[in-house]
Design a protein. Sequence first.
Length: 212
Amino acid sequence: MAATMTDPVDSSCDFSKSPVFSSATINNMESQESEGVPLQTPWTFWLDKSVHGSSADEFQANLKKIYTVRTAQGFWAVYNNIPGANEIQVKASYHLMREDRKPLWEEPYNRRGGTWRIKCQKRDTTKVWREILVAAIGEQFSDAIADGDEICGVTVSIRDREDIVQIWNVNADLNDRATVVSRVHRLLPGVDFPAMFYKRHDTHQAFEKRRH
């Protein structure tokens, strides 16, 4: 099945570089998708700009769907045609979510989950983000989580000093049985991470405020 292209990200989001694909690029992506090696599930790229204290509705207004990929080739076609993590604005984030799930804590499919939060030095962000993306779509975390759990997304958030990469799971109660941190170290030997820790969605101060 060909990928589904959404409307281009509009200028009202005030992103310095927003992914806007030409017709030729879209055609190339769809060609890659139709002939590529299928992923276990589709994955959707999203882009957002963080606004402190925003409600769920305000957050969704700043959340833009980029493209849904269903093959490895389609993934690389999109990845290579959007600005790199080092090119988007501070406070902006890329997300890659399983199927067409939104990167929102409050959604029913996310409410009971959380993320492993990985702080990255600026020089390492692009490499860390690429390797975590590839591991996610290749299901390389499937044996690093407990039975009954699932990795459902990954995020890179650009900040003033250190950036943050997150790995989302669906069941926070099972995080202590996972070996995701060890897997990240194996994927990225030699990278010095300033901090790595797990955080449940429902422990964020904004969680209750942003509930629907």
